[in-house]
Design a protein around this ligand. Structure first.
Ligand SMILES: Cc1cc2nc3c(=O)[nH]c(=O)nc-3n(C[C@H](O)[C@H](O)[C@H](O)COP(=O)(O)O)c2cc1C
Length: 179
């Protein structure tokens, strides 16, 4: 049993208050390398990642991202590359595309946590504005930011669940009706 992996999964929380201390290039590369091993539907690997550290670009991104509460020193934007969809005759509505974003996102956040960094996903942003700010190729669809940085001393715990949830509350066994 690898208790360290389980502990890493259990203790990761979204971090929304970060310092301006830069994230080392080597650490960002480790996070990207981890995401490369995330499962991908049909192993098609439609995700593309854009790393943003430039202060002015980050400022512009925050202006069009109401759900980005962090002033993160590093952002990784997960995009879907539409060229891969065309190549494999997949519609843009294929559910595997969203799942691929999720597997990459969680893998990145766990990798960041393992490195002692904090992270947070953000999907609340203007896609059209992000395309312009980053001059994205037409085939790239921006889907989720992963904000990465160091925990601010003032950081509070993340959003509280409405009620305490255990895995039992979320799980059914076998078939309905349960015995
Ligand atoms: C699909 C998705 C979209 C999310 N979008 C945002 C967002 O725009 N802004 C934000 O602060 N957190 C966002 N979150 C983070 C959730 O609010 C967070 O995971 C949840 O409150 C549980 O907190 P925890 O991950 O620390 O346990 C998102 C999470 C997911 C899975």
């Amino acid at each position: 049993m690898n208790e360290a992996v389980l502990e890493n999964i259990r203790t990761r929380r979204v971090l929304r208050e970060m310092t301006e201390e830069p994230v080392a290039r080597e650490q960002i590369e480790t996070i990207l390398e981890a995401a490369r091993w995330a499962p991908s539907g049909g192993n098609l690997r439609p995700n593309r990642y854009i790393v943003i550290q430039d202060p002015e670009t980050r400022r512009l991104i925050r202006l069009v991202s109401p759900g980005m509460f962090q002033k993160a020193p590093a952002l990784i934007l997960i995009c879907t590359n539409g060229d891969v969809l065309i190549e494999h005759s997949l519609p843009p509505t294929d559910r595997a595309l969203l799942i691929d974003i999720g597997t990459a996102a969680q893998t990145m956040m766990l990798a960041a946590h393992a490195l002692g960094l904090g992270s947070g996903p953000v999907t609340s942003f203007s896609r059209e504005a992000i395309k312009v700010i980053l001059n994205l190729p037409a085939s790239y669809s921006p889907e989720m930011f992963i904000c990465i940085g160091h925990k601010a001393p003032t950081a509070r715990p993340g959003m509280k669940p409405w009620k305490k949830i255990t895995w039992r509350d979320l799980t059914h066994w076998e078939r309905f009706p349960e015995g």
